[in-house]
Design a protein around this ligand. Sequence first.
Ligand code: NCD
Ligand code: ZN
Ligand code: ZN
Length: 400
Amino acid sequence: MILIKNCRIIVNEKVFLKNILVKNGKIVKISNKEAFADKIIDAKNNFVLPGLIDCHVHFREPGLTHKEDFLTGSMAAAKGGITTILDMPNTTPPTTTIGALEEKRKIAAKSVVNYGLVFGAANDNLAEIKKAKNIAAVKLYMDYTTGDLKVDDFEYIADVFKASKLTVIHAEGENVKNAVEAFSKSKTKNRIHFAHISSEKELDYAKNSKVRKQVTAEVAPHHLFMNENDLQRLGAFAEMKPRLKTENDQKALWEGIKNGSVDTIGSDHAPHLIEEKEQGNYPFGVPGVETMLPLLLDAFNNNKITLREIMKLCCENPAKIFKIKNKGFLKEGFDADLAIVDLDKRQAVRNDDLLTKCKWSPYEGKILKGWPVTTIVNGNVVYDNGGVVDVKAREVQYAR
Ligand code: NCD
Ligand code: ZN
Ligand code: ZN
């Protein structure tokens, strides 16, 4: 039994000071009582959020472990208040066969945050898609990006929508519209979720159609906290897919957060080495698991977002959209995945402090107010005040 004392939590839109009792990795009681426990953690009246569920990371294993691996990536995630990640299939080999899925399942066991695996749609793997067990979703790439998984044939794309309960789509610009049209034509009851929506137009295509009830949208922190003006300053270190857009697009994404058309925020943690970024034909993507929550808490301190909105976008909606069991909420019976955050802590993002293998951030030097201080995964303290403990986590299960 572990007692987490003096937790400031939000229940039904109201703030309470409570103690959280944890047994066998689960929340057993949230109350004012100080139950007997073998171990006491003092949250010191800080806010305690459900651990974040980051639905979009690239931990690069297998095959690209010079950039990241499940241990370094997951430690970085824990430092960022994230307790569950969904890993993307654009690894080497890609996660497009049952064999590759089982292999990744073994590799991911080294993770210190809980994990789910996203299966990849290739040009000819419909049979494998239908066989894949306990996957978070199927990922469909409709535009070129890291990896070699672009699918062009719209008939095949419709077959993927029909075969997969949830398809996460990488589509840019007009292709978001094309995806929605193909999905609509397929007449399936399944759902689609757009990764990294980056512009006003993309958000409009995604969320204003006759199938809107079956369509959800993710935004990545870099499209919220940067725009094309940052490209001059950062060059390749701010180049990702989709590319940073105009200030007006950035504004539209924030409006989408406010009016509910944005459903999730996912880091799209896409680490590449500094040496790779310095080459002429640099790869696309920026790291993000360690800075997503600090950026959002800083935005909270600047009155741009509420804690309730952060909870919905980063905890509750991911759990609902991917149907992840027992996560995303601070509730009795749910997994003890928690992020204790200090809303007053001011600290600069420093490359030297980062746990990601790539060791750089586009936000280097930026002073942020609001940082995670302790991260608890399945009742174990995995991150505390700068230090990470290597306690293995587990694969998530889905209610479907
Ligand atoms: C991602 C990567 O490097 O894996 N890159 C990126 O620019 N976002 C792939 C992706 O999410 O498209
Ligand atoms: Zn993508
Ligand atoms: Zn990505």
